[in-house]
Write a protein that binds this ligand. Structure first.
Ligand SMILES: [Fe+2]
Length: 290
């Protein structure tokens, strides 16, 4: 009996090790293996992800000769955030707005109270759950090319949704704390459907914090070793490292694309029943294989 148990535990350990190695080369933020969760290996993983994505970008950029796309790509790569005003044409915006302002909209919203603490939103694939005409977003030149160029070809499969952030006073929304989403380059895209004041819940983004930085990199790797994949960092730390904060009023129909491996947060606006409607997608792909 003892030998059977011994064999079983040996098998479990082996299985767990193989599983952890598999997770090591994934986009997962946290590794559960203590052996793999050490400074040397996390540092290797962190830097390898950065190298892989950079090499992939260099390879993909060779096939692009559209100046507008190249300019946007360079801006995104440089600061980690790209802002384009008047993004959608009038006709497309009208279509979205007629849906967004329709009186029965609330009936179509299935609020997900658990996905983000303190934030509720409608989650649905635009092409299925929302008007078919919204598919023009996928046909947009910038949406079509930029994520692929920045992250890799599979970044094409985007899951768009209409997202509302709703005030739930008794809850603390963790997105209001300054943080990085993950240890490798990743993208989030918002098309704002309302004007949002600077001190309300617009995205605040520490420009260039997605780039190599000795102090910040050490901090991130230390957190990865501790099993924290989305590290928090005090604003004072960001200021002491001389990062500049993007913090501006955002007008309706503005596209904001951000590499959320850089540090960011948003304010907690209060007082409205439903506030900040955005068309939103989050694109996270494997940094090692793509
Ligand atoms: Fe985030």
């Amino acid at each position: 009996m003892k030998s059977i148990l011994k064999k079983f535990s040996f098998f479990l350990k082996k299985y767990f090790f193989v599983y952890s190695v598999y997770r090591f080369f994934s986009q997962d933020q946290i590794l559960h293996s203590k052996i793999l969760n050490n400074f040397f290996l996390q540092s290797f993983r962190f830097n390898l992800a950065r190298e892989k994505i950079s090499a992939r970008q260099k390879r993909l950029i060779k096939n692009i000769d559209d100046k507008e796309i190249l300019d946007h790509f360079n801006a995104l790569k440089k600061d980690g955030i790209l802002v384009i005003n008047n993004f959608l044409d009038r006709e497309s915006l009208d279509e979205i707005e007629s849906f967004y302002h329709s009186s029965n909209l609330e009936n179509k919203i299935s609020l997900n109270k658990f996905r983000l603490r303190g934030a509720d939103y409608l989650d649905g694939n635009l092409s299925e759950n929302l008007p078919k005409t919204f598919s023009f977003i996928l046909g947009n030149k910038i949406i079509k090319h930029l994520p692929k160029l920045y992250l890799g070809n599979t970044a094409e499969n985007q899951h768009w949704r209409l997202k509302f952030i709703k005030d739930v006073p008794e809850m603390k929304d963790e997105n209001c704390n300054n943080h990085s989403d993950t240890f490798h380059n990743t993208l989030k895209i918002w098309i704002y459907l309302e004007d949002i004041e600077k001190d309300e819940d617009t995205l605040k983004y520490w420009k260039k914090s997605h780039l190599p930085n000795d102090v910040l990199d050490k901090y991130r790797i230390k957190k990865l070793v501790e099993g924290v994949g989305s590290p928090r960092a005090e604003n004072q730390l960001m200021e002491s490292l001389r990062f500049n904060l993007f913090n501006e009023k955002i007008k309706k129909n503005t596209l904001v694309m951000a590499d959320t491996s850089g540090f960011h947060y948003r304010n907690f606006a209060r007082g409205k029943e439903l506030w900040r409607g955005t068309i939103f997608t989050s694109i996270r792909i494997n940094p090692f294989f793509n």
